[in-house]
Design a protein around this ligand. Structure first.
Ligand SMILES: Nc1ncnc2c1ncn2[C@@H]1O[C@H](COP(=O)(O)OP(=O)(O)O)[C@@H](O)[C@H]1O
Ligand SMILES: Nc1ccn([C@@H]2O[C@H](COP(=O)(O)O)[C@@H](O)[C@H]2O)c(=O)n1
Ligand SMILES: [Mg+2]
Length: 443
């Protein structure tokens, strides 16, 4: 998809032409993992843009890896002739080490990243431990140069800043922060920095999905990038496969609640409290999928407020017993809602099932919120949904609410009932040999 964004102030000037990235084929299944690459000339504002992205994504685990950390340290011989050393050439970086660190992070392993000292020109190996995160941003002048590094990225951003601005910033930075004299800075710029920008950095702009003119001054572009990352984090590969699956967007609050309800050592009252909080979120999300009608009301100031009216033809159906744990949250969100029940009881090992039900008589005319906190194999869900359809409920009027869902169950339900919406708070790794959901949670 090509996205063209125009700035209101300079409406004739397209400020970004961007191609939104798709996940590469090697992205691990069901992960919430995202790598963004940020390239651009030296002093273009790459680090500033990264900081702005991190500030806006503060409810996610984000880490920045800079290509500068992978500069080769200079030998004593090279140090003597430091002014002849080209720090802007791709060969100045240990790209093999950078690649192996990024691959480890991609495979959920912590890595040790070297620390490069701009004053001594030396590198301290294994100086900083970086843990795997939801979002990893790799920034540096030449991060798009090597195709193997490029291919790891879900999104490639090029910070495009005017050459004069870059040079001015560089003079300030190198004289003040690095203690270099202005003649040395200008000599390095004309001898190496400018030619390398033209020969190596600028040619990689074509790989960018998003080009940000004016770097950190471009709030609109940064907002859009953050929004896009957020959307993708909430959408794992399973969501792409099943458009009827909705995983609520994760935050530290949600992750924290999951940590408590999944911990085998959690006390019962804490389990109930946090499971309830999470269930409320799932129910609220599920209610967002119901149809509504526009409605106007008069406010106490006599003004007109144009809003919407909730659908009244609604009921909840809990799958006994665990589904009953979701009833309180549903009652708290939908005043006076009718709640029916379905019991699916396996009789012996012959696959026969006994189904007991107590459903509202007019269920065929209602939207149904089907409640079951765990979607495992999908067998019970298929039984329950089949019964609802037999009672005349429209498939598209069923919203199946789970706390956790195994991919196997999602596949089974979606394949059989593609119009049933599944709303869940987390996708599990899968099922174990006993068909229990893993990692799973308490009862
Ligand atoms: N939009 C901006 N306006 C003013 N100064 C900026 C802006 N973006 C970056 N800078 C300054 O320019 C210098 C280089 O920016 P930085 O983000 O470190 O660039 P890079 O990482 O691309 O080398 C820093 O001193 C930074 O504070
Ligand atoms: N010892 C060094 C190493 C690198 N440089 C310059 O840094 C620039 C890259 O860093 P950015 O934050 O600007 O991306 C690059 O232009 C190198 O010339 C240096 O001056 N000294
Ligand atoms: Mg930087």
């Amino acid at each position: 998809a090509v996205l063209s964004i125009h700035c209101a102030k300079f409406s004739k000037m397209p400020i970004i032409i961007a191609q939104l990235a798709v996940l590469p084929p090697n992205a691990p299944a069901f992960s919430l993992f995202w790598i963004s690459g940020v390239a651009g000339g030296a002093s273009s504002g790459k680090s500033t843009v990264c900081k702005m992205i991190i500030d806006q994504l503060r409810d996610q685990r984000v880490v920045v890896v800079t290509q500068e950390s992978f500069y080769y340290g200079l030998s004593d011989e090279e140090l003597v002739h430091v002014h002849d050393y080209n720090f802007d050439h791709p060969d100045a970086f240990d790209t093999e080490l950078l690649l192996s660190c990024m691959k480890k992070l991609q495979h959920n392993k912590a890595v040790d990243i070297p620390n490069y000292n701009f004053k001594t020109y030396k590198s301290v190996p294994s100086a900083r431990k970086v843990n795997p995160s939801d979002v990893i941003i790799l920034e540096g002048i030449l991060v798009f140069h090597d195709s193997r590094v490029r291919d790891l990225m879900n999104m490639k951003i090029f910070v495009d800043t005017d050459a004069d601005v870059r040079l001015t910033r560089r003079i300030c930075r190198d004289t003040i922060e690095k203690g270099r004299d202005i003649k040395t800075v200008l000599d390095q710029y004309s001898k190496f920095v400018k030619p390398a920008f033209e020969d190596f950095i600028l040619p990689t702009k074509k790989y960018a999905d998003i080009i940000i003119p004016r770097g950190g001054d471009n709030d609109v572009a940064i907002d859009l990038i953050v929004q896009h990352i957020r959307t993708k984090l909430g959408q794992n590969d399973l969501c792409k496969m099943h458009p009827n699956l909705y995983v609520i967007q994760t935050t530290y609050q949600i992750r924290g609640m999951h940590t408590i309800i999944r911990d085998a050592a959690t006390a019962t009252d804490d389990f109930i409290f946090y499971a309830d909080r999470l269930i409320r979120l799932v129910v609220e999300h599920g209610l967002g999928h119901l149809p509504f009608k526009e409605k106007q009301v008069i406010t106490p100031t006599g003004s007109v407020y144009t809003g919407v009216e909730f659908s009244k033809r609604l009921c909840g159906i809990s799958v006994i017993r665990s589904g009953e744990s979701m009833e309180n949250a549903l009652r708290a969100c939908c005043k006076g809602i009718k709640i029916g029940k379905i019991l699916i009881h396996r009789e012996g090992d012959n696959g026969q099932q006994l189904i007991y039900h107590n459903l509202p008589k007019d269920i065929a005319n209602r939207h149904v919120l089907l409640l079951d906190p765990i979607l495992g194999t999908g067998n019970s869900a298929v039984q329950a949904i089949s019964l609802l359809l037999k009672k005349g409920v429209q498939e598209a009027n069923i919203i199946f609410l789970n706390l956790i869902s195994a991919p196997q169950g999602v596949h089974v339900v979606s394949k059989r009932f593609p119009r049933v919406k599944i709303v869940t708070s987390e996708i599990e790794f899968g099922l174990n040999d006993d068909f229990r959901v893993v990692p799973g949670m308490g009862d």
